[in-house]
Design a protein around this ligand. Sequence first.
Ligand SMILES: N#Cc1c(N)n[nH]c1-c1ccc2c(Cl)cn(Cc3cccnc3)c2c1
Length: 250
Amino acid sequence: MRLDVVSIFPEYLAPLDLSLIGRARRDGLLALHVHDLREFTSDRHRTVDDSPFGGGAGMVMKPEPWAAALDHVVSDGAGPDAAVPHLLVPGPGGVPFTQAMAHRLAAEPWLAFACGRYEGIDERVYEHAAARMPVTVVSLGDYVLNGGEVAVLAMVEAVARLLPGVVGNAASLVEESHEGGLLEYPVYTRPASWADGDTVRDVPPVLLSGDHGAIARWRHDERVARTAARRPDLVAVAATVGGLDDLEVT
Ligand SMILES: N#Cc1c(N)n[nH]c1-c1ccc2c(Cl)cn(Cc3cccnc3)c2c1
């Protein structure tokens, strides 16, 4: 998979050199190209923003640098098949980024991410891009960040970890939160009995039983209970698709 990221803060993407994503890049599972938007300006001050037409607070990102940067991404990554990337633009008004979307994106060969700042990117940039490639405006959630970089870090990690070979034990991806519409079950490790000050905290005995069927049932029941307690919204969805026919919500 090829990933391109355009930002005025390319150093914000440095964490993608670390850990599993960094290793995936070194192993050739992932090719990441980070582009500094200011490299695509044409004035001596390398201007990327200006005041909004119609007034209002803050500044808006100018269209010309973005158009030049996105055109460069398309040409830089173009191969004999004239493929283009799927452009993902984080924005507070975007469609929700979900695990299902991460899976869909992990199946695509080339993703590009546009990290905006200020009050946003001139709307004509989306039009320019949509004339050349698929464009999706995506939001991480109903809260407000200062720009797109944090969202892109999260999306790149969520997508890249689904690529074959990136996560050592692919089995660990199966029962994570949001896989199958349920939150993850609680996990424990040694000691089996922990003297936490004056309190003794024991691991649930079923996990020490060696009865793999009982352990699987316990873990599923814990996933269902946690989802009902913490994310009743997911329960509503799963119930409609018959995923929780054994749920007893008191
Ligand atoms: N994804 C996501 C996401 C999220 N979940 N919260 N905030 C954002 C996000 C993403 C992109 C930008 C760009 Cl470009 C500028 N800002 C600042 C801003 C703040 C309030 C209103 N308008 C713009 C962004 C915020």
